[in-house]
Design a protein around this ligand. Structure first.
Ligand code: FES
Length: 102
C-alpha cells in the first residue's frame, strides 16, 4: 500500500480507551484506541482547533480536551454540532504497523 504512511508500530499504539498524538510528515494526528478499534484523525478539533490527541474517549467517541465536543471515530461527526466534522483518515494495521492514508 504505497500511499499509506507509517504512523507507528503496534507496540506504540495508545492503550484501549485512550488517545495519543503522533506527528507524521509534518502533520499532527490523533490516534484513538476505542476498545481495540484504531482510528486516525487529524489532531485539530474542528470546533476551535483544540488538540484531539490530548483528549479522552467517552462512550466510544473521541472527546476534545478544550470544550468537550465528542467525535465519532469512524465518521468524525460531532455529537454536539452536526455541522462539525473531524477529519478521519483511512487506516490499517498490518505487519505490526499502523498506517494511514493522509
Ligand atoms: S476546540 Fe475542541 S471542543 Fe472546542
Amino acid at each position: 500500500m504505497p500511499d499509506f504512511v507509517r504512523i507507528c508500530s503496534q507496540s506504540e499504539l495508545p492503550a484501549p480507551g485512550t488517545v495519543g498524538e503522533f506527528t507524521v510528515a509534518g502533520r499532527t494526528l490523533c490516534v484513538a484506541n476505542v476498545d481495540g478499534a484504531i482510528a486516525v484523525l487529524d489532531n485539530v478539533c474542528p470546533h476551535e482547533e483544540g488538540p484531539l490527541g490530548e483528549g479522552t474517549i467517552e462512550d466510544g467517541r473521541v472527546v476534545c480536551p478544550w470544550h468537550g465536543y465528542a467525535y465519532d471515530p469512524r465518521t468524525g461527526q460531532s455529537a454536539q454540532d452536526p455541522d462539525l466534522t473531524a477529519t478521519v483518515f483511512e487506516s490499517v494495521t498490518e505487519n505490526g504497523e499502523l498506517r494511514a492514508k493522509l
